[in-house]
Write a protein that binds this ligand. Structure first.
Ligand code: PMV
Length: 327
């Protein structure tokens, strides 16, 4: 009744921003991501008959916001699989806490895999992915090694909305930098932000349509291991998402001044012949994609940008899996 899992974060190369069903957390479109080596969450789950309530600590403290979502997820699991025991959940992020990168993706992927092992559910990778999706849409992709495509699916019950593998970590080698520009938590969470964009942005429909084309182009670029195409599509797709967000009412502006300075520095690097591209999620941190082995050089240039607080280096890695050591 006890197990531990390790799960990585991931960064979307074609983003998910919009839902077709809020209750089942079904995305409006698919998305494509790269699983990030080293930026991981380790989670231990123990179901115990002696407990009369669930407990949850994240990085050693009872973080009420994160814990609330974890407890709701445990309720969902109990209802779905007929489990009566409460659980003790202990989770830690294997990257600097407060880096603004603590991700619901790695968290819910690790939690899902640990629950499956603790309860001996024997779920398939696809079932695990669909379950992780209920915790966080992006978590569904952290189940997969290397490159993942989340399928939007068409089934009303969401049973076909899960991530599938596009290829192993060496399908398209790259270095990925996570550039930290603030330690502040983001002002508007992704669920609220998506809802606002869907409801008020005149560009939302165009975003959804364009994403379908970006998915086809990205799949092809990855298959050809064409990093230049991958980087270009990823950067353009991220900018399109932020354009749709900006056009919301009230506007959703996730960037700070340093975010923009990093975007400009990467453009300058590119003008100088370096293959480097940015992507940005619902927050002010920037991820930079560059050629394998070039991460150190690119990081040195970005480090010199005023306001950059930290840079974490990563590359395509392995998806969520069970481990022996407790969190
Ligand atoms: O999984 P959520 O609800 O945190 O949403 C993720 C949204 C983005 O990070 C902006 C895009 C993505 O596909 O990861």
């Amino acid at each position: 009744m006890k197990a531990t899992a390790r799960a990585p974060s991931n960064v979307a190369l074609v983003k998910y921003w919009g839902k077709r069903d809020r209750r089942l957390n079904l995305p409006a479109t698919g998305s494509i991501s790269v699983t990030l080596d080293g930026l991981e969450t380790v989670t231990t789950v123990a179901f115990d008959r002696a407990l009369d309530a669930d407990t949850c600590t994240i990085d050693g403290t009872a973080d009420p916001r994160g814990a609330r979502r974890v407890l709701a997820f445990l309720d969902l699991v109990r209802t779905r699989f007929g489990v009566t025991e409460h659980a003790r959940v202990r989770s830690r992020n294997d990257f600097p806490t407060g880096a603004g990168l603590a991700s619901s993706a790695s968290g819910f992927a690790a939690l899902t895999v640990a629950i499956d092992a603790a309860l001996g559910l024997g779920l398939s990778r696809e079932e695990l992915s669909a379950l992780a999706r209920r915790g966080s849409g992006s978590a569904a992709r952290s189940l997969i090694d290397g490159f993942a495509e989340m399928r939007a699916g068409t089934a009303e019950d969401g049973s076909d909305a899960f991530a599938v593998a596009l290829g192993p970590p060496d399908l398209c080698p790259m270095d990925v930098l996570a550039v930290v520009t603030t330690h502040q938590p983001k002002a508007v969470g992704s669920t609220e932000g998506m809802e606002r964009t869907e409801r008020t942005s005149p560009y939302y429909r165009a975003w959804v349509e364009q994403t379908l084309a970006d998915l086809d182009a990205m799949r092809e670029a990855l298959r050809a291991s064409d990093l230049e195409r991958v980087g270009t599509i990823a950067e353009e797709n991220a900018m399109r998402m932020h354009a749709a967000m900006l056009a919301s009412s009230p506007p959703l502006l996730y960037w700070n001044g340093t975010t923009l300075d990093v975007v400009r520095e990467v453009a300058r690097l590119r003008q100088g012949g370096e293959g480097a591209w940015v992507t940005i999620d619902a927050g002010p941190q920037v991820k930079v994609l560059c050629a394998p082995g070039r991460g150190e050089h690119v990081a040195a240039r970005i480090e010199a940008v005023g306001g950059v607080l930290a840079i974490l280096r990563s590359r395509p890695g392995r998806g969520a899996h069970v481990v022996e050591d407790a969190a």
